[in-house]
Write a protein that binds this ligand. Structure first.
Ligand code: PLP
Length: 455
């Protein structure tokens, strides 16, 4: 059997990587100068790199390894499914057991009125599906002019042309012809960076009302849907003020506009409930899922759709689908992952034990001289670095200290991500209290070192 286990020296692998491998969201120059970090194995919350370091992964890979690394049950589920039926499609009136069982399971987990799943290979693909779903829904309801979709600046909904357009990452829009037509953005509810003199609650309402202003500007009969992450993840873990979502709900109801809750990060226990919509009090018409659905062990995503939308769309053939929609191996692994999350009580433990513990420890970082706000929901949190807490000031060379801190974290065998000058954690949901202590200890040490180095 061909083995991909590393036996080559790190430098050789790095040189090959820089020579032939184009990476997502990575500067090629960095790969040439310093080389990529090469991760070779993982277990629980621990990564191992090609130099033998054991690194605490406080990002669960890319916010996805919810059950932690090294679960044999998932390996066995994949192997058994590969042996039995490695592939078949779900097009043209065919189906197979793993897709049927997973759709049924998801309908049981999702809010009561969401009972239908359209599978995709990723969160990006699922959000592309959502663009077509909501527009087709309104066309079939006799309102073809309802095409506009409203999203938020600094949201992340994926990297395909459709989902990247839904996202509000200006750096992404600057490359390659995005956004596509009829996608509009309003400001995000980031009180720390943009709240000015308003209280968080006033600011939350003000940002929600931008949605109403945008709806009126576009014409209330022209808006198909609003898409949002219950808690923004890749934008820097932006926890909205409590006043935000109730006001958004009120506005969407008033104008009969669909809500797409992008649960790609928030879903499957990350916020302490099965879905972030529950934690934030949201009633979506569609939920985008991926990542924690399979704990990242297989690429899979999907859209869980309301009974109303499924019924309307079902009035005709939906001319849409991916070769890997409902891939049997990915579905089998996702089912086993959901079984583990459920039967081991992982979501409940997060809500009742480990997330409250992490919150207390994480918020204690706010006493560090560099740290302004420290915000966390369940197992996703961020700290804002600032030169002056009282005025919530920003660093002139935005992102440099975040980058430096991330590098210090890595040197201290801890993966934290930086988004500008925000430092993020989103660990595997199985992290223990001892590992949380270690995470916080290493984060504090890294902050101290970054502060010294920056002086
Ligand atoms: N939506 C959200 C909220 C995400 O965070 C991501 C990825 O980070 C996506 C969608 C895109 O998912 P994928 O990378 O699986 O295409």
């Amino acid at each position: 059997m061909a083995h991909l286990t590393n036996t080559a020296p790190t430098a050789e692998l790095q040189a090959l990587d820089a020579a032939h491998h184009l990476h997502p969201f990575t500067h090629a120059a960095g790969l040439k100068d310093k080389g990529a970090r090469i991760i070779t194995r993982a277990d629980g919350v621990w990564l191992q790199d090609s130099e033998g370091h054991r690194i605490l992964d406080a990002m669960a890979g890319l916010w996805c390894v919810n059950v932690g690394y090294g679960r044999r049950e998932l390996v066995e589920a994949a192997a058994a499914q590969m042996a039995e039926l490695p592939f078949y499609n779900t097009f043209f009136q065919t189906s197979h057991v793993p897709a049927i069982r997973l759709a049924e399971r998801l309908a049981g987990l999702a809010p009561e009125h969401l009972n239908h799943v359209f599978f995709a290979g990723s969160g990006s693909e699922a959000n592309d599906t959502n663009i077509r779903l909501v527009r087709t829904y309104w066309e079939m309801k006799g309102a073809p002019q309802k095409k506009a979709i409203i999203s938020r600046w600094n949201a992340y909904h994926g990297s395909s042309v459709g989902s990247g357009s839904l996202g509000g990452m200006k750096g992404m829009h600057a490359q390659g012809g995005m956004p596509i037509p009829d996608i509009h953005h309003i400001d995000q509810p980031d009180w720390w960076s943009e709240g000015g003199d308003l209280t968080p609650e006033e600011f939350g309402r003000e940002r929600a009302r931008q949605l109403e202003e945008k709806i009126l500007e576009l014409g209330e009969d022209n808006v198909a849907a609003f898409i949002a992450e219950p808690v923004q993840g890749a934008g820097g873990v932006i926890v909205p003020p409590d006043s935000y979502w109730p006001e958004v709900n009120r506005i969407l109801d008033k104008y009969d506009i669909l809500l797409i809750a992008d649960e790609v990060i928030c879903g499957f226990g990350r916020t302490g409930n099965w879905f972030g919509s529950e934690t934030m009090g949201i009633r979506p018409d569609i939920m985008t899922i991926a990542k924690g659905l399979s704990s990242g062990y297989q690429p899979i995503g999907g859209s869980i759709v309301s009974d109303e939308i499924a019924e309307v769309i079902g009035g005709d053939e939906f001319n849409h689908g991916y070769t890997y929609s409902g891939h049997p191996v990915a579905c089998a692994v996702a089912l086993e992952n959901l079984r583990i999350l459920d039967e081991e009580g992982i979501v409940t433990r997060v809500r009742e034990e480990t997330a409250p513990y992490l919150k207390k420890k994480f918020e204690s970082l706010a006493d560090h001289p560099l740290v302004g706000e420290a915000k966390i929901v369940g197992m996703m949190g961020s700290i804002a670095l600032t030169p002056d807490k009282a005025s919530r000031a920003k660093f002139e060379d935005g992102g440099a200290l975040g980058y430096l801190t991330r590098e210090r974290c890595f040197a201290n065998d801890l993966v934290m991500r930086h988004v500008g000058d925000r430092m993020i954690v989103s660990p595997p949901l199985v992290i223990s209290t001892d590992e949380i202590d270690l995470l916080i200890e290493r984060a504090r040490k890294s902050l101290d070192e970054a502060m010294d180095e920056a002086e």
